[in-house]
Design a protein around this ligand. Structure first.
Ligand code: CS2
Length: 517
């Protein structure tokens, strides 16, 4: 990862004045910032979203309380990249001009003041949560970081990290363990409550986080659970910005624009949405300067975003990995795929959405397709395909439930679900093998074997695919009650049959929204 060209200077706080004038940089006094925000899960998303919005708030004059301490819960790579450059890093917003030529706008973000690596020093993380300056603890740990059962939404008390953390008040390893033990220290020190703010792509993310934290706290100390429930706040939010993984080519391009080396810049699309409930236990910055919107209730916005942006993204990803389309823009250049996604959204997803006064849904969908088509992002379809067991319930299956409850057709959604199952075979249509990255990978692998055996016992054709699909949809932690609904099982079996016999391109060509849409 170290790509420092011989003699190239490294980006750092001290070298900010040497940046070219085209690069925006912190215009506030970094040295005077305190760390009011502790962020767990210091991935690219948080650095391109929360930190970017917070940076804008500081530029607009937010008070000095709102610097960020970032915590990596697993690896040291982010800290290793950022600590030698004092935590400052470049955010490159990428798009294309009318002719499709890539454009980028770079800003150096300065509000990340400290980076901690939890496994190296868990007590430092707990101490930061229990510090008097801390007012908000925010979280982007992806779906699997909540240690919950995705179908029921309950804390999985058998999760190895939760089992471990219940007995380790000074050395937890899960997000939930750190939060609860950190809050315990906070309360013991007589400090006030904080806001615990989830920024993950989960419905009711604040309620979910609250549920996990309270379920864990109940196990250790009832009084602590009572204090958290009554004094801490858990606002829900909808977050939206496409943030692809940084590659070495990106590092080179950013270094060229900066005239110095940044070991880990982040890239993103210019688009950003953040709709967050205005419920804070100990104040907050005015993030509106960076594009945030404070609302009383985020649920309708979350449903909109999860079902459209993420639902369509997952549908695209599984079909594309199988077909060998490596990036989202490459997939969008396939007319049949684009037609399918457009119809999936328009005909099946959008009718399930709650009313959002003032939102032009047609424009929102058109904009979304343009975002996917952004040729400058090179967003890998394999990246989106990860962790399907944690993503499908809120991205596709809730939409299926809403459609079936209204007795409406689900053929497009069924094709997306079948594409996931097809993808779980671990080999694409060209015979290339890939690893299934999913916290349930072992369970999925044995289900796969079970499904293939069931299909073989049932002979050929549709009967075999029905048996195969039944074996899959019986996986209740993912499918919940849907495995019992013959309308769902039949529709997925039909789509799976089509994918298996015609391949992705053939299945997409054969797919047509059912009459009556
Ligand atoms: C993507 C999201 O990787 C994925 O699963 O669907 O990360 C998506 O890019 C963001 O949610 C967009 O806001």
């Amino acid at each position: 990862m170290e790509l420092v060209a011989a003699g190239a200077a490294r980006l750092s706080a001290q070298r900010l004045p040497a940046l070219p004038a085209t690069v925006a940089q912190p215009g506030y006094d970094r040295a005077s910032l305190r760390m009011g925000i502790v962020h767990l899960g210091l991935g690219a998303f948080a650095r391109a979203h929360l930190a970017a919005v917070n940076e804008a708030a500081l530029h607009a004059g937010a008070d000095r309380r709102w610097g960020i301490c970032g915590v990596s819960l697993r690896q040291a790579d982010t800290r290793d990249a950022l600590a030698p450059q004092d935590g400052v890093y470049a955010l490159a917003l990428r798009s294309a001009d009318g002719q499709g030529r890539p454009r980028q706008q770079i800003a150096v973000v300065g509000c990340l003041l400290e980076t901690l690596v939890a496994p190296e020093d868990p007590q430092a993380v707990l101490a930061r949560i229990a510090h008097g300056d801390t007012r908000i603890v925010s979280v982007t740990v992806t779906e699997k970081g909540y240690c919950h059962d995705p179908a029921s939404g309950q804390l999985n008390l058998n999760h190895p990290d939760i089992v471990h953390d219940l007995g380790q008040p000074l050395a937890p390893r899960s997000t939930i363990g750190f939060l609860v033990w950190g809050l315990q220290q906070r309360r013991a020190a007589g400090l006030g409550p904080v806001t615990l703010m989830s920024l993950d792509n989960l419905p009711g993310n604040g309620h979910l986080l609250r549920g996990m934290v309270l379920a864990f706290a109940e196990q250790v100390d009832r009084a602590l659970a009572g204090w958290i429930a009554s004094a801490c706040a858990f606002p829900c939010s909808m977050v939206d910005r496409i943030v692809p993984r940084t590659t070495d080519d990106d590092r080179r391009e950013v270094a060229q624009a900066l005239g110095m080396h940044d070991a880990w810049p982040v890239l993103a699309e210019p688009y950003l949405e953040w709709v967050v409930e205005d419920r804070y236990a100990a104040g907050r910055p005015d993030w509106t300067a960076g594009g945030a919107r404070f609302v009383a209730e985020a649920a309708p916005f979350e449903t909109l975003k999860l079902r459209t942006v993420n639902g369509a993204h997952s549908a695209l990803a599984y079909l594309s990995v199988m077909a060998g389309w490596a990036t989202v823009d490459q997939a969008m250049a396939q007319p049949a795929l684009k037609a399918y996604l457009t119809a999936l959204m328009q005909d099946e997803i959008v009718p399930t959405l709650p009313a959002l006064p003032g939102l032009d849904l047609a424009q929102y969908q058109a904009r979304l397709l343009e975002r996917y088509e952004n040729p400058a992002l090179k967003h890998q379809t394999r990246q989106i395909a990860m962790d399907g067991s944690q993503k499908l319930p809120q991205r596709l299956l809730d939409t299926v439930r809403a459609r079936l409850a209204a007795d409406q057709p689900i053929s497009g959604l069924a094709l997306a679900v079948a594409a996931w199952l097809h993808f779980l075979r671990g080999v694409d249509q060209a015979g290339r093998r890939y690893e299934i990255q999913d916290p349930m990978a072992a369970v999925l692998a044995s289900r796969h074997a079970l499904a293939e055996a069931a299909a073989q016992r049932s002979g050929e054709g549709p009967a075999a695919m029905l048996a195969w699909t039944e074996a899959w949809t019986g996986l209740t932690p993912v499918f919940g009650d849907l495995g019992q609904d013959p309308r769902f099982v039949r529709a997925v079996a039909q789509a799976a049959q089509s994918l298996r016999s015609l391949g992705v391109a053939g299945a997409l060509a054969a797919w047509a929204p059912p009459a009556g849409h």
